[in-house]
Design a protein around this ligand. Structure first.
Ligand code: X2X
Length: 360
């Protein structure tokens, strides 16, 4: 019996020593504390430019951290059961680790993000880039930091265009009574009501079924969304009106972010920036002066499957309407009350800042 007891004691001593030893060997604050997988929220599917950007981000994080950090994209808002507008709240709480997400979907938590969604306010890539790089972008990032989010970089869904199954939209009256699916952000509902349309809000997952079933007659999304959903199957008419921009932001739960060692933070931030540059070029390819196609080819050795999205939609039988400056002016005037009201909601200072950024 004595031998058994002694053996047991020796065993306990050994175990204890092992624990102490491991404890001493283990890096104390960081290192060993990484999760097996970091969940990345993405509202759309993997074949959208936005989804391709999210996959690129995950790949680059793995590469740049030598496999220490593994990010897994969860597409179609599967982590949120489709409730796209809850993304920022869930990342702030730490229920989801990070997101590759639209400024529209962040707006319930960050009302400042609606500065990008004011109707007929931005209208060009150049203006959008000036806002992101200027005080407007800074204000949005600072607001995120205040609620427990760490913004890392910008990407892009694109300027949103309208499609419908009834008629070409050339003037505000053409929208009268059209049942249009919009995202559940009140600014979108009010913009379309102001134009005389009949907006209904639904999550993206439900929207795709609604297009198929003809529950709605129209919708608004950038070409990077119109092409993968093959919108021409449901809507014959598209109007390129650039009525508002939809940037994406790559962001992380702030508490978790602050606990990462500096080298990991640096690697992830670089991955976010590079994937954002790549994804913005995908979203703009064929829509700018050729710069985005050049970036894709020279910097990423990437050949676009659809180098000219507008021609591509036309080749599928769509009637694509481009608005003249005078036609755009009619929409600017028709939506002016919404712009005025939402300037107050967002904060006149931020809207003033946005105008100053664009005038740079
Ligand atoms: O819901 C939409 O329309 C989408 C896919 O563009 C966004 O997530 C904002």
């Amino acid at each position: 019996m004595g031998t058994v007891k002694r053996a047991t004691r020796r065993c306990i001593v050994l175990l204890f020593a092992t624990f102490v030893g491991v404890g001493l060997l283990m890096p104390t604050a960081h290192g060993a504390a990484f999760k097996k997988e970091y969940k990345l929220q993405v509202n759309v599917g993997p074949s959208f430019y936005w989804g391709i950007g999210a996959t690129k981000f995950a790949d680059l994080v793995k590469e740049k951290t030598d496999g220490r950090i593994l990010v897994k994209p969860y597409f179609g808002s599967s982590l949120l059961k489709g409730a796209q507008l809850n993304a920022a709240q869930m990342v702030a709480k730490g229920v989801i680790d990070c997101a590759y997400e639209s400024t529209i979907n962040i707006s319930p938590v960050i009302p400042e993000a609606n500065v990008f969604h004011l109707p007929f306010f931005i209208n060009s890539f150049e203006n959008l880039d000036k806002m992101k790089a200027g005080g407007s972008g800074e204000t949005v990032f600072a607001a995120m930091e205040k609620v427990g989010l760490a913004p890392l970089a910008w990407a892009e869904n694109g300027f949103r265009q309208i499609t419908n199954s009834k008629r070409p939209i050339e003037k505000p009256e053409d929208l009268l009574g059209l049942r249009i699916r919009v995202v559940g952000n009140p600014l979108f509902m009010e913009t379309f009501r102001q134009l005389g349309a009949d907006p209904v809000n639904m999550n993206w997952g439900d929207a795709q079924t609604a297009f198929q079933q003809g529950v709605v007659e129209g919708q608004e999304n950038p070409v990077g969304v119109l092409i993968p959903v093959q919108i021409w199957q449901y809507h014959q008419y598209a109007t390129l009106w650039n009525y508002l921009a939809d940037p994406l932001i790559i962001y992380w739960n702030q508490k978790q972010w602050n606990e990462f060692p500096a080298d990991i933070q640096k690697a992830i931030r670089e991955a976010a920036e590079a994937s954002g540059r790549f994804e913005i070029a995908l979203s703009r390819a064929g829509l700018d002066d050729g710069e985005s196609l050049r970036i894709l080819r020279d910097e990423f050795q990437y050949t676009m499957e659809v180098p000219n999205p507008i021609e591509f939609m036309e080749s599928k039988g769509m009637t694509v309407t481009r608005l003249s400056d005078a036609q755009v002016k009619a929409f600017v005037e028709a939506t002016a009350p919404v712009l005025a009201k939402w300037t107050e909601e967002i904060g006149p200072e931020l809207v003033k800042q946005a105008r100053a950024d664009m005038a740079q």
